[in-house]
Design a protein around this ligand. Structure first.
Ligand SMILES: Cc1ncc(COP(=O)(O)O)c(C=O)c1O
Length: 421
């Protein structure tokens, strides 16, 4: 046991407690639920499982060969009883599935190469975002777009406000860009202090609106002022708007022509619930968009994915319904947690970042929510500069959210009695 982290000891103790259910577990292993996480560090590789010879499933570890830490727990729970507060419930819009089915009846979807210029698809996105197709760059996800921007603009030193989506750091490192972390304070709700962010020896800033993991929104006015100050200092603003569809009036996509130092990245995966299709776009002034398009490999997305995404973007009633439900549910969830003494930051996205009361360990809270209540929250221990006692949870259906608040209400007194450090 010595030398193991708190998390490792915790896992071991929980799994050992479940030893008496060994046969049941073995019988159900082929049903395991795969809980993917957006961050690769959440995964719990096979090699680390082997560090636990005490585990009841020793010899069966091949079942976990692609597993992550959540998988270890979930495999031990009755199927269908696990509530994943890792991601929301909004998508996909019904049109996505019907489009995929209908389009597949046309074999050329598979036999022909996609349109090299992606003209029709770009027009659909342009209509959705209110921009010109020539201002668009389309690729198979945010990361290829970001890396194309880093390569094209030959950025040298990037200010990175943290905590932030962990892939930012990896992309910057891969592109050989020097990273200058800038720590945001939970005491100010992780607010971007735009006057501070413009100072320093950096030639780029990478930020998100709304932020991940806090969901905190910076208003359009403030960001415009920031981009303008950056323009005066030759600083490029790389703005990740992956969650902006929840607060679309704050998007800066309509401002790119005015600012040659601004690239806005948009995602369809979050709001429309289709991460498996791998499509994202960036908006920049025409000259930058052209340069970015030239550095991307040809045919970055499939015809089938582009048809499905186009149908998702044209579903206006879905977008309105999603925003309305999300706003109401998030407000109710936040109020419910607040009544229990759990602080959640003011989020504009489809998730909340919780700050647990003093004396409660996020690790233990997280694992007890899984084992006792069959609910998986997002472990936040791999977010750079995020103080301890934070967990993130998605906004799900009203019923599921109420269940979560009920579970937290039960768990809290237990945590407090047990004096978790
Ligand atoms: C802040 C943020 N930006 C970008 C992405 C990636 O988006 P996409 O699926 O469009 O590549 C994620 C994924 O979790 C994210 O959290």
């Amino acid at each position: 046991m010595n030398g193991r982290s708190l998390r490792e000891r915790e896992i071991l103790s929980i799994v050992t407690r479940l030893e008496h259910r060994r046969q049941e577990i073995m019988n159900r292993l082929h049903h395991f639920v795969w809980l993917s996480c957006e961050d690769r560090e959440c995964r719990f590789p096979l090699t680390r499982l082997r560090m636990f010879p005490e585990l009841p499933y020793t010899g069966h570890t091949e079942y976990f060969s692609t597993g992550n830490i959540e998988l270890v727990f979930v495999a031990l729970l009755p199927i269908g009883q696990v509530l994943r507060f890792l991601d929301g419930t909004c998508g996909p819009p019904p049109a996505v599935l019907s489009t995929l089915r209908t389009r597949l009846e046309d074999i050329s979807m598979l036999t022909a190469y996609p349109d090299l210029e992606q003209a029709g698809f770009k027009q659909s996105i342009a209509d959705y975002a209110g921009v010109h197709p020539k201002q668009l760059v389309v690729a198979n996800g945010f990361i290829p777009l970001l890396e194309s921007a880093l390569r094209t603009l030959r950025l040298k030193r990037c200010l990175l406000p943290v905590p932030a989506f962990v892939e930012y750091r990896r992309s910057l490192a891969r592109a050989g860009v020097e990273i200058e972390p800038h720590i945001l304070s939970p005491d100010s709700n992780f607010r971007y202090d735009i006057h501070v962010l413009v100072h320093g020896g950096h030639d780029a800033v990478l930020l998100a609106n709304p932020q991940n993991p806090s969901g905190v929104l910076t208003t359009r006015d403030i960001l415009l002022q920031f981009v303008s100050e950056c323009a005066e200092r030759n600083i490029t603003v790389l703005l990740d708007e992956a969650f902006i569809d929840y607060a679309p009036l704050n998007s800066l996509t309509l401002d790119v022509e005015q600012f040659a130092n601004l690239i806005v990245f948009r995602s369809v995966t979050k709001f429309h619930g289709i991460p498996g299709l791998r499509v994202a776009h960036a908006v920049a002034n025409e000259a930058i968009a052209r340069a970015l398009n030239e550095t991307l490999p040809p045919w970055p997305i499939t015809t089938l994915a582009s048809c499905a995404v186009a149908s998702a973007l044209s579903d206006q009633p879905f977008a309105e319904r999603t925003r309305l439900h999300n706003d109401r549910r998030r407000a109710r969830l936040r109020a419910g947690l607040d009544a229990l003494g759990i602080h959640a930051y003011p989020s504009a996205a489809n998730f909340l970042l919780l700050h647990l009361p003093e004396g409660i360990s996020a690790d233990r809270f997280w694992s007890h929510m899984i084992v006792e209540h069959h609910m998986v929250l997002r472990d936040c221990s791999n977010y750079e500069a995020l103080p301890s006692r934070h967990l993130r949870m998605a906004v799900r259906t009203a019923e599921e959210n109420d269940k979560l608040v009920g579970a937290v209400a039960q768990l809290l007194p237990f945590c407090q009695r047990s004096q978790w450090a």
